[in-house]
Design a protein around this ligand. Sequence first.
Ligand SMILES: [Zn+2]
Length: 372
Amino acid sequence: MYFKDVIGQQKVKERLIGEAREERIPHALMFCGPQGSGKLPLAIAYARFICCEHPTEDDACGTCQSCKLFDKYIHPDVHFVFPVIKKKGDPVSNDYINEWRELIQRTPYFSINHWMEAMNAANQQPMIYVKESDEIVRKLSYKSMLGGYKVVIMWLPERMNIECSNKLLKVLEEPPVKTVFLMVSEDSSNILPTILSRTQRMNIPNLEEKDIAETLLKQGLTEDDANSIAHCAAGNYLNALETIHMSRDNKLFFNMFVKLMRLAYMRDIKELKGWSENIASEGREQQKNFLAYCQRMIRENFIYNFHEMEMVYLNPEEKQFSQKFAPFINERNIIGIMNELSEAEQHIERNVNPKMVFFDFVLKIIMLLKQQ
Ligand SMILES: [Zn+2]
């Protein structure tokens, strides 16, 4: 992550770069702002810049030893601290450093939910425990390995427990030389005021619509899609990513639904068996999402027959398919089909073999489609 990779935030970048070039590097910076605005990417790009041995005017060089270590997030003078879940005893960030590196290398734009998923956390609340402050003190007591700054990047300091906050306060009061704390907060009201007063606050605004749209265009979206998704994202890049994800699933589900109905209509048992095996190989959540999609399609197609178009919620592609398909869903089979869908959902929930569930389901659909 370089400054050039950070979406938008031109003013913030200019200020950070300008101050660093004048060697006005505060010993503790608090990046505050809403989710999906790019606070963590900014903190990482800034850390890379101040550690770089030959920075250019506005970014790190990319070739020095420091930059190379940054590529893999294994720089010995840069320490990440983030909320973690308990296994046994008090955990520290290092216990999850592999998961963290993997996620951050994929993208530094993520939410606490993505991070919980990466840690395989169920319902536990990730926290920064007191043992972490001892770790920070220990790490900062070593000499800088590369001779430059020692940096601590702390993601979500609001999740520090009180003992940890108090211990960290002591470090912030008397920071070791050439040490920089970069904190990335989404809710600074939950941070001790004494900590806040010892950090320089950097407010990060929501992203601008045009900056999100430009990023989506580079990812290969059409101009129309990029603009409309950027608009709905309301300055939060994570929202935009979620929309793209959902529309991809939607497209996939639509194709599977169409294929299922065509094969069922033709009573192609052999192909239907392949179809069931295909969906059975997906994850359980995906299977449930597909069944929910089918329920929506069946309901919408039933309503389609009443020709009350303002009551129909289908996208253009789905609507086109429904012109011919809708008459197959009628008052004689809609309840039966809906029942089969919810039964399949329950069986998936209860871990019944999905191959059996879906093959049984397609056989019933063949029967039900006949009832016209
Ligand atoms: Zn460099």
